[in-house]
Write a protein that binds this ligand. Sequence first.
Ligand SMILES: Cc1cc2nc3c(=O)[nH]c(=O)nc-3n(C[C@H](O)[C@H](O)[C@H](O)COP(=O)(O)OP(=O)(O)OC[C@H]3O[C@@H](n4cnc5c(N)ncnc54)[C@H](O)[C@@H]3O)c2cc1C
Length: 614
Amino acid sequence: MRKYHLTSFDKNNGFFEMWKKTFQRRLFCDNSYRPFTKPVRCLQSNKNLKKMSRIIVVGGLSAGPSAAAKARRENEDAEIILFEKGANISYATCGIPYALSGVIENRKKLLVVKPNLMRERFNIDVRLEEEVLDVDVHSQLVITSKGEYSYDKLVFATGARSVVPPIKNLDKTTNWSSCRSLQDYDKIIKEVIDENAEHVTVLGAGLIGVEVAENLIEAGKKVTLIEGDGQILPMWDSKFSYFAKTALEEKGIEVITSTFVKAFGAHNNQIDKVYIDDDKFISTDFVIMSVGITPNTDILLKKGAEHIDNGALIVNEKMETSLPGIYAAGDNVAIRNLQTGTHDYFPLGTHSNKGGRAAGANAAGADITFKGAYKTAIIKVFDYTLARTGLNAKGLEEAGIPFKKSLSIAGATPGYYPGQKELITEIYFHPETHEILGAEIFGEAGVDKRIDVLSTAIYAKLKVTDLSQLDLAYAPPFSPAKDPVVVAGFVTENILEDKCAQMDINELEAYMVQRDRGEYSFIDVRTAREYNRGYIPGAVNIPLHDLRDKVAEIDPDKPVILYCLKGLRGYLARLILKQNGINKIVSLPGGFKLWQMMDKKIIIPEPEMVKVRV
Ligand SMILES: Cc1cc2nc3c(=O)[nH]c(=O)nc-3n(C[C@H](O)[C@H](O)[C@H](O)COP(=O)(O)OP(=O)(O)OC[C@H]3O[C@@H](n4cnc5c(N)ncnc54)[C@H](O)[C@@H]3O)c2cc1C
C-alpha cells in the first residue's frame, strides 16, 4: 500500500497532486510542517498565523456530513476530508420505506446532499468509495483502501450495519435484502416492485420493519410481518403495540409475533418458503430482513475504545470517545440516557444529526454539547400515529425507578368540529416528586404535537401537575379548549388527590381471576342502551344518572370497580360513591373503549323481546 500524508491524493492525478501540495507547503508553510506521520500543521500566509489542522471524518451518510459541515462553519481554515466507502453521501435512509411505495416519488428525491455541494459550499474534500480500513491511534493516521492520511482530529461516523441472522438456507439464496442503504433500496425496487413479486415477508417488527410492511401494502403487495418478541414495536407498552398491530391487520398485513424463523425453503437459489415452525411455512417471493443493527465500530474497538455491550462507542457530551483526538457520532455510539444517566443505544436520525454536529464543531475547536436523549420516537401506522418519549413501565422497572401512571382518552379537536379524532395518552410519573417520566400516545390526529410537548416537559423536568398549567394553542381545527395534554394533567392530578384511582386492563383481568365474583362490585355506569350493546363480563349496569338513587344497593365494604365508555363518567361515579361513604373504588382507564380495542371478551345480551301492539 502506498503511503500519503498529504491533502489531495486523488484517484486520477494523485501523485501529481501530492507532489504539487508538497512543493506548495515547502514554499508557504513554516517549520512546523512535518511531511510524514505527524499531523500536518500549516501556517497561512496572512499575519494572523492561524494554525491549519486536518479533520478527517469517516462515514458520509448522516452524522458524518453533519460533522464535516459544522466543522467547516466553525473553522474556515481547517482541512476537512470525508471518507465514504459507498458511492453516495447524505441520502435519506429514513425516506427509503416511503420511496418503496412511491409516497416519495423516486430515488433522486432520496439524494439530499450531493458530494459537489459539500465540496463547493463547504470546501470539504469528499472521497467516495474509499473505505477506512484502520486507524493508527498513536501516529494519528487513517489507513484507507487507497492510502494513509494523518489527522489532527478524527470524527468516526461509521454508523451501523444490518444484522443478518443465521437462518438456514439464507446463504444459498438471493431474493432477500436488508432495508438500510440505497443498494438495498435498488434491489427491493428491482426484485419486488419492478419484477412484481406478489408476496413479501418482513422479518422484524421494529420501526423499520413496520414502515416497510406498510409501504409494501401501499405498493400493492401481500405482506407477512414476523416478529420474535411477543409484540410488534417492542419499544412501546404492549397495549399501544397492540393498537398498532390491529391497524396493520386492518389493512391486510399478516402479523405473526413470538416467532423466530429458523429456516427458509430454497429452490433455484430463491427463498420460496419461510418456516415459522418445523412443518408450518409461509410461501413468499421475497424476504426483507429487519431484525436489528450492529454498530460499525470494530476498527476502534480493536484500539481499546470504551463501548457498551453491543459495541457502540461510549462518548461524552462533547462526542469524544475514550481515544485521544477521536470523536464519534451516529448509529455507532452510545449516548447518555438523560433519565437514567447510563449510556444507551438510540440509533435514530435525529441523534446522528445532532451528535454529528457537536462532534464536528468540537473537532474544529468549538465547544458544543449534545447531552443525550430519552427514547422519543414516532411512527405512522397507516391512518394512525404511535409515539413515545421517556421511560415506560418496562424501562422504569429495569431502571428501578418507582412510578405511577395515568391513562386518558381525549379528543384531539373539539367534538363540535367536524372529524374529531381521539388520542389515548398514558403518562408515567414519579410517585413522590411527581416528575413526568414517560408518555405514550396513540391516535389518528395530533399525536406528534402532544408527544413533543411531553418530551419537552421531560427535558424541563416538569411535574405532572404542571401539565394543566401549560398555555397551549387552542383553535377548533387544531385542539380542544382542554388539550389532551392538559386533560392528561387533570386526570393525573385527580389520581394524586385521590379523586380517581385507576386499575388497568391487565390488573383488572388478574384481579378477576384471583377473586370470587362475590368479593367485589363491578359496575358499568354507561347508559342501559350502551350496556345492552355489549359489556365486560361480570359487570352490572347502574347508569351514572341513576347512581345516586341506587347507592344503597352497593355494599360499602366491598371494593368497587367502575367503568364507563372512556373514563369521564367512571370518574364522576367515583366522586358520588366516595361522598356516600364508599371508599374502595377504582376505575378502568379508557373504559369499555379500550377494552374493545384490546379485543377482550364482551357479553352482548339477548335482544329484548319486542312488544308488538295489536
Ligand atoms: C429504513 C430506515 C428508516 C429510518 N427512519 C428513521 C426515522 O424515521 N427517524 C429517525 O430518527 N431515524 C430513522 N432511521 C435511522 C437513521 O437513518 C439513522 O439513525 C441514521 O442514518 C444514522 O446515521 P449514521 O451516519 O450514524 O450512520 P449510517 O446511516 O449507518 O451511515 C454510516 C456511513 O458510514 C459509511 N461507512 C461505514 N464504515 C465506513 C468505513 N470504514 N469507511 C468509510 N465509510 C464507512 C457507510 O457506508 C455509511 O454510509 C431510519 C433508518 C433506516 C434504515
